[in-house]
Design a protein around this ligand. Structure first.
Ligand SMILES: Nc1ncnc2c1ncn2[C@@H]1O[C@H](COP(=O)(O)OP(=O)(O)OP(=O)(O)O)[C@@H](O)[C@H]1O
Ligand SMILES: [Mg+2]
Length: 272
C-alpha cells in the first residue's frame, strides 16, 4: 500500500429534495486500501459510491479521485476517470442472452469505438485477456455458456472479470453479494479481496453482513443517516463497536435486530 490517496472526500453533502442522503462526509482512502462501507438501509452507502465516479454530483463538498477533481471533469476527462474505476453491482448487470465471453468483453467498450456484434469483432488480444480473466475468476471453459444459465455466484464472477478488462485502479462494489447465498458470498468476497491485493486495487465495497465485513476489509467505515460514525482498521475491532452503527438509528430497535434488518434484505421492510 502506498501513501498516495486514491479517494479524498471533503465535506460531502447530498440532498435529494428534503432528504440528506449524505451529511458532511469526509473520508480519505489510500491507494490499495480495502474498505468496507457498513450501515443500515438508507444510510447513504450507494449514494457515496455513486459520487466517486460522478454518477451523482454533490450538493456541497469536494471529491478528488486518482488525483482528479471530480466536479470539474466532463466528456473525455470524465470517461477517462471512469475507465480507471471498475464497478460491480448487486444484480451483476450482465446481458443474460449473451455468452460469458461477450459479457466480459463489454468491459472494454469504453476503449473501442463502434458497436460490436460478436466476440470475433474484438481484437484478438482483448479476447485473450478476457479468457485470462475468466480463468482467474474460476470460470475457464465457461466462455461460450449463456450468462443467464450461470448460478448467481458465477454471474458475479463474470461481472468481476468484466471489470478487470478495464485494468481498473479502483474497484467499487455496491453490495456485491446481497443476492447470493452465504457460501457463494464468501467465495466472491474472497475473490474480490485476492484480486484487489494482487493488483494493488483500491476497493470500496458496501456490505450488509457485519461478520463478513469484519473478517474481510482492511478498514471499516460505518455510515448512519449520511454521516460517518465509525472509521476503524478491521483488525482487532470488536463486534460491539461495529454494532453501534446500527443501534442509535432506530430508537427502540435493538442493535442486533437492526443489524439483522441490514443483513437480510427481505426483512428490512418488516423492521422499518
Ligand atoms: N435518486 C434518489 N432520489 C431521491 N432520494 C434518494 C435517491 N437516491 C438515494 N436517495 C435517498 O438517500 C438516502 C440514502 O440512500 P442510499 O441508497 O445511498 O442508501 P444505502 O445505504 O445504499 O441503502 P441500502 O442499504 O438500502 O442500499 C435514502 O434516504 C434514499 O431514499
Ligand atoms: Mg445501497
Amino acid at each position: 500500500m502506498s501513501n498516495a490517496h486514491a479517494v479524498e472526500i471533503d465535506g460531502l453533502v447530498k440532498l435529494y429534495g428534503g432528504t440528506r442522503a449524505l451529511d458532511g462526509v469526509s473520508l480519505t482512502v489510500g491507494e490499495g486500501e480495502i474498505v468496507v462501507l457498513l450501515g443500515l438501509s438508507g444510510s447513504g452507502k450507494s449514494t457515496l459510491l455513486r459520487h466517486i465516479n460522478k454518477l451523482d454530483v454533490p450538493t456541497e463538498g469536494h471529491i478528488r479521485v486518482l488525483g482528479e477533481d471530480v466536479a470539474s471533469l466532463r466528456g473525455k476527462g470524465l470517461r477517462h476517470l471512469r475507465s480507471r474505476i471498475g464497478v460491480v453491482f448487486q444484480q451483476f448487470e450482465l446481458v443474460g442472452s449473451l455468452s460469458v465471453l461477450e459479457n466480459v468483453l463489454t468491459g472494454t467498450l469504453a476503449r473501442l469505438s463502434g458497436p460490436r456484434l460478436g466476440t470475433w469483432m474484438y481484437p484478438k488480444e482483448l479476447r485473450t485477456a478476457a479468457l485470462g480473466h475468466l480463468d482467474r475468476v474460476g470460470l475457464a471453459g465457461r466462455e461460450h455458456q449463456r450468462s443467464d444459465t450461470l448460478s448467481g455466484g458465477q454471474q458475479q464472477r463474470v461481472a468481476i472479470a468484466r471489470a478487470l478488462m478495464q485494468s481498473p485502479e479502483i474497484l467499487l462494489a455496491d453490495e456485491p453479494v446481497a443476492s447470493l447465498d452465504p457460501e457463494s458470498s464468501q467465495q466472491v468476497m474472497d475473490l474480490i479481496r485476492e484480486i484487489g491485493r494482487e493488483r494493488g486495487l483500491t476497493v470500496l465495497c458496501s456490505l450488509h453482513q457485519v461478520e463478513l465485513a469484519m473478517s474481510w476489509g482492511d478498514r471499516l467505515v460505518g455510515l448512519r443517516a449520511g454521516k460517518v460514525v465509525l472509521d476503524t482498521p478491521a483488525s482487532g475491532v470488536d463486534r460491539d463497536s461495529v454494532m453501534q452503527i446500527y443501534s442509535a438509528v432506530a430508537p427502540g430497535v435493538p442493535a442486533e435486530l437492526a443489524a439483522l434488518d441490514a443483513t437480510v434484505p427481505h426483512l428490512r421492510q418488516a423492521v422499518s
